[in-house]
Write a protein of this length. Structure first.
Length: 276
């Protein structure tokens, strides 16, 4: 019972850490105070849980837990989150905080779902299954965010066309403004990119612990990283001023085509991503 509770709390830490990363990414790009506070307090909850487990480990083993490889990974993840909180509170360095937490999240995931850890745990198979569920959930959430960016881009193009032709209708008053559709598209991309990144990190960890043989060059993995690169490029060119207005909307429309291709064709060509 205690083993199960510990496993669930570690899984909760990974999920909360991932949610915090999404908020930090949105704040990193958009400088939103509410999102910034949410990111920090969620991260602080993770930090409290990590610190509690670290202290319990010290009390149980009567030594500082850094003598084994996985103890070292846990301490390193705890150290990174400690430094990021200090930077957040005293130096206000958003860039460093975000990237430190990306690294910390990777090491926390490795520690929680490492093959050795799973083999030693009586909940090994359950942990592998739940890691897969979390991976799939974050992937689907990212696809949903990209679908929203697609919808708002279509609405932008529709409103722009109506305004240009000056052909009003009763339905026009129910459409959002160009500004609203642009902001909504940006927020959807800001959310989708970190969700997809987290999903990829968790997915590769799942493949490492669950499959005897797998290749980084699997079509689904390549397609997902390509999709991440496409949306990151759209975001980069938008923020640099090279994609604006109609061009930005069309870029999102074409980018979503890669989401559809990766969702269906990538799964069919994959060696281990099967639809049952």
């Amino acid at each position: 019972m205690a083993e199960m509770a510990m496993a669930r709390l570690h899984e909760l830490m990974v999920v909360l850490y991932a949610v915090s990363l999404v908020f930090y990414f949105i704040d990193y790009l958009n400088k939103d105070k509410i999102v910034h506070r949410c990111a920090f307090w969620i991260l602080f909850i993770v930090y409290l849980l990590q610190t509690t487990f670290l202290i319990m480990n010290i009390i149980e083993k009567q030594r500082f837990p850094v003598l084994t490889f996985f103890e070292g990974i846990y301490f390193y993840a705890w150290l990174l989150i400690t430094v990021s909180i200090i930077l957040h509170l005293f130096y206000k360095i958003g860039h460093a905080v975000f990237f430190l937490n990306v690294i910390g999240f990777i090491f926390m995931t490795i520690h929680t779902f490492a093959p050795t850890q799973i083999e030693q745990s009586p909940l090994g198979e359950a942990l592998i299954s739940e890691l897969l569920i979390i991976h799939i959930t974050f992937a689907i959430l990212s696809y949903a965010a990209f679908a929203l960016s697609f919808v708002f881009s279509i609405l932008y193009l529709l409103v722009y066309k109506i305004l240009k032709k000056k052909k009003w209708s009763k339905q026009f008053g129910r459409l959002p403004s160009l500004h609203q559709t642009t902001i909504s598209t940006k927020v959807a991309i800001y959310t989708g990119i970190p969700l997809l990144l987290v999903s990829l990190i968790l997915g590769m960890q799942w493949a490492h612990v669950a499959l005897q043989e797998w290749s980084f060059f699997d079509m689904k993995i390549i397609g997902s990283f390509f999709l991440l690169a496409v949306y990151s490029s759209v975001l980069f060119f938008m923020r640099s001023g090279k994609l604006t207005g109609n061009d930005f909307a069309w870029a999102n429309v074409f980018a979503f085509l890669f989401v559809i291709i990766n969702f269906f064709l990538g799964s069919r060509l994959s060696e281990f991503h099967f639809w049952v």
